[in-house]
Write a protein that binds this ligand. Structure first.
Ligand code: ATP
Length: 592
């Protein structure tokens, strides 16, 4: 393990430990040994997530005129998942350990080094027998005796009670095989030889209905997006909106991830925040505006324009989402991965992954895809319910086109279909039929999809805010000091309120008064135990950006300071004297 890897692993351990110690994130079902890939958020984690949800919801819908919210159910008609392609293709390639049957994602096997050890089988005094050849990688630097002990343990835990005690298992026909380097054919945890890669559908099945037969099978949604598509027409018809407009929602999603890992980063139950922003096809823009504006380096993305083509809309949403991350303190740690034509799904025109720095590497936080009309068209075909919208402006503009102009548009599209890199070109008859509908003002909207994960966002926020320094006290004892430098907008507690002394009823009463004043407007924490320094440190550790101390000057010991408090800023430890009457306004401006 390199020093960097060791440091990063140690950092991740500290973050996980802080999350548990201070009530951000707990292992689900911990008292029963946990539940793989599932996490619970404690009091502070729940507040942090809530703040992120609110920030996203406000930015994506409340502060805009062109995006509406939705709160759809987790369970849906399974036909939705058939139409969307999830039943047939939402799979990861996985490989199975021949020793333990443990699965691992084929692309998640780190290269390994060691010696292959083969056994013809194993047996136990109980009469139990394993009658097949097993190959296990003895890792570099692993002692032969501890290796054998490990193999016995793995065999015993897989065989259950039948094999009896691990130490009584006899490994048969041991033979040393080749030394390997950089091999991806052995399970990274067990060392057992991996079987061939097989697709593994990630959707979690359940039954809807009392008979619990195959006919009742449905799925816990693996993404929130499909409900938006399925409800597109209802939202459109009930909300008096015009394309371009969007529908967004926040909610739980479930994926039976083969290898959940990196704390909450890859979980089996998580929350997504997704927007489907519906736009006109470029041909409709051209008919209405006479041209389609394309993205060029440095293009002004501040205000959407009627002549924007799909690529400008896509860039616009990348820009909007970047601004969002800047607003919650993640601006400096983002990277972008633009998928290449080979990476892209056949229907996608572009997709960018917004990546963020985590202790375990630079990983995806959000994907923003231009998906054409793939999703709505798939649901239109499968449900036989039209997903078209009628656009009066388009109809009127198309009515003014000459036949030559119409034919020129058709020819342009036919040429584009022929030069497609992926997927079959649309047959000419279908292209002509599509234009016929378009000239009448009807089309299935195209979509830009910014899709973010709330849990990954919360982890990114905590990991990037984590700061540890060392302090030496008066007795020369070294102590690690942790400060979570959370942006005030997302911090779970916005302000700590502290009476200087807890045994002075006048101080306590005044502090309670200030606490009551602020508590109605933001999450505050009242603390009267331990020294002021200790109380500040406790709040620094959970990222509270402000601390308020009520002292004797507040009560008028120094008449000039009557009804003022000390306001301490977590970052930099700056302290200022503020009138109680100014506190609320000052704090609200900082945390909203
Ligand atoms: P990955 O490649 O990491 O598996 P993905 O490309 O499959 O992610 P999407 O299907 O595009 O992810 O989902 C959108 C967002 O949902 C991701 O960017 C991520 O933030 C979040 N997300 C997806 N899968 C998980 C998971 N298992 N645990 C936590 N968040 C997830």
């Amino acid at each position: 393990m390199s020093t960097d890897t060791k440091n990063n692993t140690a950092l991740m351990e500290k973050i996980v430990s802080l999350c548990k110690r201070r009530g951000f994130i707990f292992q689900s079902s911990e008292i029963y040994g946990g539940c793989g890939g599932v996490w619970d958020y404690g009091p502070l984690g729940a507040e942090l997530k809530r703040n992120l949800r609110t920030a996203w919801w406000n930015a994506m819908t409340r502060e805009r005129e062109d995006v509406l919210g939705l709160d759809a159910s987790i369970l849906m008609n399974p036909a939705i998942w058939k139409a969307s392609g999830h039943v047939d293709t939402f799979a990861d390639l996985m490989r199975e350990c021949s020793l333990t049957n443990k699965r691992v994602r084929a692309d998640h096997v780190d290269p390994q080094e060691g010696v292959i050890m083969n056994f013809t089988g194993a047996e136990a005094a109980t009469g139990w027998k394993l009658d097949r050849v097993i190959s296990v990688l003895m890792k570099k630097a692993e002692h032969i005796e501890s290796f054998r002990k490990r193999v016995r343990l793995l065999i015993a835990s897989n065989a259950g009670e039948a094999a009896g005690k691990p130490e009584e298992i006899v490994l048969l026909g041991e033979a040393k095989g080749d030394a390997v380097q950089g091999s991806v054919d052995y399970h990274p945890e067990t060392g057992g030889a991996l079987g061939p890669a097989r697709p593994f559908n990630l959707m979690l099945k359940t039954y809807l209905g009392p008979t619990a037969t195959e006919a009742d099978v449905t799925y816990l949604r693996p993404e929130t997006a499909q409900a938006i598509f399925a409800q597109f027409k209802n939202v459109f018809d009930s909300s008096r909106v015009k394309v371009p407009f969007g529908i967004c929602q926040i909610g739980k999603a479930f994926r039976n991830e083969v290898t959940p890992k990196n704390f909450t980063f890859r979980s089996r139950e998580f929350e997504q925040m997704e927007l489907e922003f519906f736009i006109k096809p470029d041909e409709a823009v051209e008919i209405i505006s006479g041209e389609v504006a394309r993205w060029i380096e440095g293009a002004d993305l501040s205000e959407p324009q009627a002549n924007w083509g799909w690529d400008l809309w896509h860039r616009y949403w990348v820009d909007q989402r970047t601004k969002f991350y800047e607003g919650i303190g993640l601006g400096g740690v983002l990277e972008y991965y633009w998928q290449t034509p080979e990476d892209l799904a056949h229907y996608a025109r572009a997709c960018v992954d917004i990546l963020c720095d985590f202790p375990f590497g630079t990983e995806e936080l959000e994907g923003i895809a231009a998906r054409g009309s793939f999703d709505l068209t798939a649901h239109q075909n499968a449900s036989t319910k039209s997903q078209e919208v009628f656009d009066e402006d388009l109809k009127n503009a198309a009515a003014k086109l000459t036949d030559e102009q119409k034919e020129a548009l058709i020819q342009k599209r036919l040429a584009a279909e022929q030069s497609k890199v992926k997927g079959a070109p649309m047959p000419e008859a279908d292209v002509r039929a599509w234009f016929e509908r378009l000239f009448k003002g009807s089309y299935v909207p195209h979509v830009i999809e910014p899709s973010a994960g709330l849990d990954r966002m919360a982890l990114a926020i905590i990991a990037n805010a984590f700061n540890e320094t060392e302090k030496t006290d008066e007795k020369g004892k070294k102590e690690a000091i942790t400060v979570l430098k959370l942006h005030p907008r997302v911090a779970p507690i916005k302000v700590g309120v502290f009476p200087l002394l807890k045994n002075k009823p006048e101080l306590v009463a005044k502090a309670r008064e200030v606490y009551a004043l602020l508590k109605k407007h933001m999450n505050c924490f009242y603390d009267e135990t331990a020294s002021i320094g200790r109380r500040y440190a406790r709040q620094d550790e959970v990222g509270t950006p402000f601390g308020i101390t009520i002292d004797f000057d507040t009560l008028g010991e120094n008449p000039e300071l009557l009804d003022t408090v000390t306001l301490r800023h977590r970052d930099g430890g700056v302290q200022e004297r503020v009138n109680i009457s100014d506190l609320l306004g000052k704090l609200l401006a900082a945390v909203s």
